[in-house]
Design a protein around this ligand. Structure first.
Ligand SMILES: NC(=O)C1=CN([C@@H]2O[C@H](COP(=O)(O)OP(=O)(O)OC[C@H]3O[C@@H](n4cnc5c(N)ncnc54)[C@H](O)[C@@H]3O)[C@@H](O)[C@H]2O)[C@@H](O)CC1
Ligand SMILES: Nc1ncnc2c1ncn2[C@@H]1O[C@H](COP(=O)(O)OP(=O)(O)O)[C@@H](O)[C@H]1O
Ligand SMILES: [K+]
Length: 579
């Protein structure tokens, strides 16, 4: 699924309206109707399970889906709407049972059927832009479904223009009760839910004046809030939340998923996210060269060309699946190397060799019998030294990929060590952990000789050192930073952490949502390094391996949490075993 910025969304909007001739008011109608359908589905779900709305809000976890609402709600509605009309026949009815009276089945507008509409009263908070227009359309459709609706304009309705003004007039003509916010502390106690149609992709900066007061009041109310397009107060591009920002139980995102909904803290404000089409052709994003995606199996297969089934040739042998070399671990942190090497094997590479300072070798014999061990030289105390780089290069000669960094620590002349490897290794290179900290102190743009891809896998702290900014600054706009860094430095960048971002030098971008906070545990990143190396060895391209590796790592983390019974107790070895 495509991910867009506010600016890209406006461009796609414009093309749809100006080039394809689809009227803006039609898009708004579709948007408002989709929002109403999702609110009705939300209410119907709440009927069946009183805690449904609160559960979404409570977890703060974004659940994404792209279908038209809850199948259950639709099915219930359809059952009520079906009517039998004598005198007409269906294909089945003319078959076996000739004696039965032929029937015509007719269904009504099930998506707009609210189960216990009389229990609902929604307040629509209306902003002055098109987001407010969407809210006004939704209000009409909710009312049609029998749900009581009241409108509260943030500013004078007279200030609405264009399609939003048309919708204002239509709502008034339908007799929907409306008021204008006049300051003070509004009391929303009488409502069963709130539709936030205050600010959308046209918002600039922190909500001001009436907008800020209404957002704060909605959050205080304890009522479930559904947001039109994005929670008001969210930066649609970065995921930053302004003060205040709506805390939604449901976000009905229109046309294309906005980037900011997938990055924290914004992702924690959106509740369940449903992306609904509104008449803007989905193919437009690709035609316009947009290449940012939320990672799904479909994106892996159709966009990135990854065979997610990972079928092996019946006559495959270990040579077919490549040989990984991992240069990692030192006396105090040998486990990091072991984890990375074992993860590469579990990912399906044919062979894995783990290169360590020679002093460690006797201690590691038998640690993982499937691994080959190699002596990389190093110091008598089991640490690395610059000369070990030549040994690593010799070992790398016949390997398909080289991964460096986990557990190597810092050592004398480590910059020369890394430069030798960077310039000399003639295979794809994965750089992680302390190798990233070394890189951060080097002017590596001047290094020569790389013909194969480099994949950097920093966590936010390592990224901060690479860029020379604070970790907070890295987290402020992870997507923007990853894109610009990958492009400027010519590397594939995997910026780890909740909802890992993967960027390539040619501007492609993917955001992954597999995984969970239980994976924030020592060695989990080393495991990812091994997975990516294992995939590279099997012939995936640099970007394919980085993206698929992050996806599999997260899935394995989820499976490990199920096997353990609790995400909290997952450790890196569990992730390897769940691969
Ligand atoms: N064809 C279109 O343009 C479509 C737009 N759609 C909706 O339109 C939205 C974008 O609409 P707009 O571009 O009109 O923008 P918004 O509706 O997001 O609001 C912009 C208005 O809010 C005010 N504003 C901006 N920042 C503010 C702040 N920080 N504090 C207080 N007031 C602020 C400004 O006066 C501006 O007029 C989308 O999010 C989506 O909901 C949908 O209707 C689908 C079609
Ligand atoms: N909240 C989270 N949700 C999903 N994945 C996470 C979360 N926190 C950490 N992870 C993942 O766990 C891994 C941790 O990597 P890293 O910090 O390098 O650990 P280490 O250095 O101990 O190996 C990364 O892949 C990261 O994306
Ligand atoms: K909104």
């Amino acid at each position: 699924m495509h991910l867009v910025t506010a600016e890209e969304m406006r461009r796609l909007d414009r093309i749809t309206i100006e080039r394809l001739g689809i009227p803006a008011v039609a898009l708004m109608e579709n948007a408002g109707r989709a929002i109403a359908e999702e609110i009705i589905a939300f209410c119907n779900h709440r009927d069946g399970d009183g805690a449904a709305g609160d559960a979404c809000q409570g977890t703060g976890a974004a659940r994404y889906s792209s279908g038209p609402g809850h199948a259950g709600a639709r099915a219930a509605g359809a059952a009520r709407e079906e009517a039998a009309v004598p005198g007409a026949g269906t294909a089945e009815s003319f078959g076996a049972v000739r004696t039965a009276a032929p029937k015509l089945l007719i269904s009504g507008d099930a998506a707009l059927m609210a189960g216990r509409a009389e229990d609902e009263h929604w307040l629509v908070l209306v902003g002055k832009g098109n987001n407010g227009g969407d809210g006004l359309v939704a209000a009409r459709h909710l009312s049609e479904a029998g749900i009581a609706v009241s409108l509260l304009y943030a500013v004078s309705p007279e200030s609405l223009t264009g399609e939003a003004a048309q919708q204002r007039d239509a709502a008034a003509a339908m007799g929907l009760p409306a008021a204008v916010y006049g300051g003070g502390r509004p009391d929303f106690a009488g409502y069963s839910g709130i539709l936030d149609a205050l600010l959308g992709t046209g918002a600039a900066g922190a909500p001001r004046g009436a907008y800020a007061e209404l957002i704060a009041a909605a959050n205080r109310s304890g009522k479930p809030v559904a947001s039109a397009d994005i929670p008001s107060g969210l930066n649609a591009d970065t995921g930053e939340t302004h003060e205040p920002c709506i805390q939604a139980a449901l976000t009905v995102c229109l046309a294309f998923l906005k980037r900011g909904l997938l990055q924290y803290p914004g992702a924690g404000h959106a509740g369940r996210i449903v992306v609904r089409s509104i008449g803007i052709p989905s193919g437009l994003a690709r035609e316009e060269g947009l290449s940012a995606y939320w990672l799904t199996p479909a994106v892996l297969e159709d966009v990135l060309g990854v065979d997610v089934s990972r079928r092996r040739a019946p006559d495959g042998h270990k040579g077919t699946y490549g040989h990984v070399l991992i240069a990692a671990g030192s006396l105090r942190m040998s486990g990091a190397g072991l984890i990375a090497a074992r993860a590469s094997l579990r990912t399906g590479c044919g062979l894995a060799t783990w290169a360590v300072p020679g002093k460690l070798l006797p201690l590691l014999v038998g640690a993982a019998p499937e691994l080959m061990l190699a002596d990389a030289g190093g110091e008598a105390d089991g640490t690395w030294n610059a000369a070990a780089a030549e040994e690593v290069l010799k070992l790398a000669g016949k390997k398909d990929v080289l991964a460096v960094g986990p557990g190597i620590g810092r050592f004398g002349d480590d910059k020369a060590w890394l430069q030798t490897i960077w310039e000399g290794a003639d295979c794809p290179l994965v750089v992680d952990a302390d190798a990233l900290n070394i890189l951060a102190e080097c002017d590596y743009g001047t290094w020569q000789g790389r013909r194969t891809p480099v994949i950097l896998t920093p966590h936010p702290g390592e990224m901060a050192r690479l860029v020379g900014v604070s970790t907070k600054e890295v987290q402020r706009d992870r997507i923007g930073l990853a894109l610009s860094y990958a492009r400027e430095r010519g590397v594939i960048l995997v910026l780890k952490g909740a909802h890992t971002v993967i960027a390539s030098p040619d501007g492609r971008l993917v955001v992954n949502t597999t995984g969970h906070p239980g994976m924030a545990t020592g060695g989990s990143g080393d495991c990812l390094t091994g997975i990516i190396a294992g995939l590279l060895a099997q012939g995936l391209s640099g970007f394919q391996a980085a993206v698929f590796g992050v996806y599999l790592h997260g899935l394995a983390g989820e499976r490990a949490a199920l096997l353990r019974g609790d995400p909290v107790s997952v450790i890196a070895s569990d992730i390897i075993e769940a691969l």
